[in-house]
Design a protein around this ligand. Structure first.
Ligand code: NDP
Length: 296
């Protein structure tokens, strides 16, 4: 068997086009421009690239982008004051604080200062609680992207066995909540899980969010399963820098029914879902109908 490739790039292009269309309609019919504020503290090179990409993608779909670049030594009070200002600004519908923050800043305190309605990353404790209790919330972008692709591939997810490898607050746990919300039977595996291969082989849907290059191999995949590879790992092979997932692609693709590649799978959907969340936040803030198929 050779798995169907789930083309995250094409999915993301589709989501971005739907967002752009909705944004154009909001402008024309309601005089509204959804706005996303991104706050970057410090000089982390990867974070700088992410922020640059987010800015370009925001502009591309017709939204307003507000970038706030602060020096590494920025104090907590100053950062919290900026968040308060953005919370109060009616032109800003989404706020994202790029993580990781420099060590002297308390990420939890900073994230929980964001108005939950503007928390487009879905990391605020209120949104975590709302998601956990099955209520309307802002959903973290990476798991939301995975869910949209899974729903498209399977139609209904109800009753399927889902295994999520990884229990981080930004990927594993919200992913598991979303799959549970769609009535999957969900197992969360982690570094203390016994016989991980056997657990993984029970999965109709296997989501890998581990941060270990190519750890999930074909022999851990149930024949015909759908494999979602969240991992982004930079490795060097034969003297060349390469990007690989948490799944060993070749062996898994030989067994799976469908699989997301790395790159070109989950990654592109994450930014697309950030735009979708900003649009959703803008619609909610103005009492307007939310975009269809772009929320949980
Ligand atoms: P974390 O490091 O926060 O979490 C990793 C999880 O994997 C932990 O729960 C850990 O278990 C578990 N784990 C580690 N080793 C093993 C093992 N040997 N067996 C089973 N479980 C194990 O990572 P993130 O959730 O932040 O990210 C996961 C991956 O996804 C990374 O590669 C990251 O780069 C990528 N990523 C990709 C995004 C995208 O847009 N595509 C967005 C965000 C992340 P324990 O809790 O027991 O330590």
């Amino acid at each position: 068997m050779t798995a169907k490739v789930i083309d995250g790039k094409a999915f993301a292009a589709n989501v971005r086009a739907r967002v752009a269309e909705h944004v154009a309609r909001l402008k024309e019919e309601n005089g509204l421009v959804p706005g996303l504020a991104v706050v970057l503290v410090g000089e982390d090179p990867a974070s700088k690239v992410y922020v640059k990409n987010k800015h370009a993608s925001t502009i591309e779909v017709g939204m307003a982008s507000f970038e706030h670049r602060l020096p590494t030594e920025t104090g907590e009070a100053e950062l919290l004051a900026l968040i308060d200002k953005l919370n109060a600004d009616p032109a800003v519908h989404g706020i994202l604080v790029q993580l990781p923050l420099p060590g002297h800043l308390n990420s939890e305190l900073v994230i929980n200062r964001i108005d939950p309605a503007k928390d487009v990353d879905g990391f605020h404790i209120s949104n975590v609680g709302l998601l956990g209790t099955g209520q309307k919330s802002m959903v973290p972008c990476t798991p939301l992207g995975c869910l949209i692709m899974l729903r498209d591939h399977h139609g209904k997810l109800a009753g399927l066995n889902a295994v999520v490898v990884g229990r981080s607050n930004i990927v594993g746990k919200p992913m598991a909540q979303l799959l549970l919300g769609d009535s999957c039977t969900v197992t969360i595996a982690h570094s203390r899980t016994k016989d991980l291969a056997e657990v993984c082989r029970r999965a109709d849907i296997l989501v890998a969010a581990v941060g270990r290059p190519e750890m999930i191999t074909g022999e851990m995949v149930k024949p015909g399963a759908t494999v979602i590879d969240v991992g982004i790992n930079r490795i060097e092979r034969a003297g060349k820098a390469r990007l690989v997932g948490d799944v060993h692609y070749e062996s898994a693709a030989a067994v799976a029914g469908a699989i997301t590649p790395v790159p070109g799978g989950v990654g592109p959907m994450t930014i697309a879902c950030l735009l979708a969340n900003t649009l959703t936040a803008c619609c909610r803030a103005n009492g307007l109908a939310e975009p269809e198929g772009l929320t949980a």
